[in-house]
Design a protein around this ligand. Structure first.
Ligand code: NAD
Length: 321
């Protein structure tokens, strides 16, 4: 049985083994496949099983791949596949839920701490000789911030939102959250569900952990920023389109938002025209929250289990449309 991995490099730049999957069939791993349907079809050839991370599988590919039976998405989000077209052709599509919860919560803390301590900036200054030249280092560059007692507003209190809350609580922060469904069972003395307006008004830091939906697109915009505390800081490890980037740029420039830290942006890879490249008080990382080796190993393991279950006629993690 032919198994084709279209963009294996994204998941595994060489530090994981495909051996478990190789026990299930003849696996060909392509580093990156160009995304035009013609090349994707050529790469798939007569394979019945394919895996994709970022290579789009549109209707044109689904309808013209002669033997295709199974598409394993190497991610939680499966918007790269035209699910309706796949279901109409009887093709099974699976995804990998919840493999990166711990990693994304940890990355959120890394971004939060970086905004409070500016370790990268200070380390670069030391390497540039500033500490040696200049004895006055205590108030270098930017004010530092202690987290204890500050209010951390979480939008979207699912798996990652809750994992992030636990870490922020360990720093002594007060948690308030706005989520689609209020779950009183998750409330504690320092974790309360509030309305979106209360979250915007009371948070010192706001962290986005809701999915990208029509109702959440652009939730960080001028109108909502005007309700926030002056000097608030914003973190986004969810999806770039949750932020109206032009509005955020203006707020960062005029100081209404004093800092932002983003792992995701509206168009990835980032365009040189992205307005956020113009502002210095905006940390941007290239969508890496999911990518520690441990997370990627879980992703590969679950993807292999998904295929094994499908081959045993007991499919799991199937996208129903
Ligand atoms: P989840 O489904 O467990 O949680 C999402 C939460 O958002 C749920 O509690 C849901 O009730 C809430 N929600 C839904 N609609 C909402 C709305 N309109 N307003 C407020 N809350 C709403 O998902 P998760 O595993 O916690 O992942 C959260 C997001 O993190 C994902 O949607 C994904 O975009 C992102 N993510 C990013 C990375 C990365 O590498 N940066 C990796 C994994 C996931």
């Amino acid at each position: 049985m032919e198994i084709v991995v279209l963009d294996g490099y994204t998941l595994n730049p060489g530090d994981l083994s495909w051996d478990s999957m190789k026990k299930l069939g003849n696996v060909t791993v392509h580093g990156r496949t160009p995304t035009d349907p013609e090349t994707v079809l050529k790469t798939i050839g007569n394979a019945s099983i394919i895996f994709t991370n970022k290579t789009p599988i549109p209707k044109e590919v689904i309808d013209n791949a002669p033997s295709l039976k199974y598409i394993g998405v190497l991610a939680t989000g499966y918007n790269v596949v035209d699910i309706t077209a796949a279901i109409n052709k009887g093709i099974t599509v699976t995804n990998v839920p919840a493999y990166s919860t711990t990693s994304v919560a940890q990355m959120t803390m890394a971004l939060l701490l970086e905004m409070c301590h500016n370790t990268g900036l200070h380390s670069n200054a030391v390497h540039d000789g500033e500490w040696t030249k200049n004895g006055n280092f205590s108030f270098w560059k930017t004010p530092l911030i202690e987290l204890a007692g500050k209010t951390f507003g979480i939008i979207g209190f699912g798996a990652i939102g809750q994992a992030t809350a636990k870490l922020a609580q360990a720093f002594g922060m007060q948690i308030i959250t706005y989520s689609r469904t209020k779950k009183p069972v998750l409330e504690t003395a320092n974790c309360k569900f509030v309305s979106l307006d209360v979250l915007l008004e009371e948070s010192d830091f706001i962290s986005l952990h809701c999915p990208l939906l029509p109702e959440t697109e652009g939730i960080i915009n001028t109108k909502n920023i005007s309700k926030m505390k002056d000097g608030v800081k914003i973190i986004n490890t969810s999806r770039g389109q949750l932020v109206n980037e032009e509005d955020l740029k203006i707020a960062l420039q005029n100081g209404n938002v004093s800092g932002a830290a983003l792992d995701v942006i509206s168009e990835e890879p980032m365009l040189s025209t992205n307005p956020l490249l113009e502002v210095k008080n905006c940390i941007i990382t290239p969508h890496i929250a999911w990518a520690p080796k441990e997370s990627r190993a879980r992703l590969l393991q679950t993807a292999t289990h998904n295929l094994e279950a499908y081959l045993n006629n007991k499919p799991i993690n199937v996208i129903k449309g």
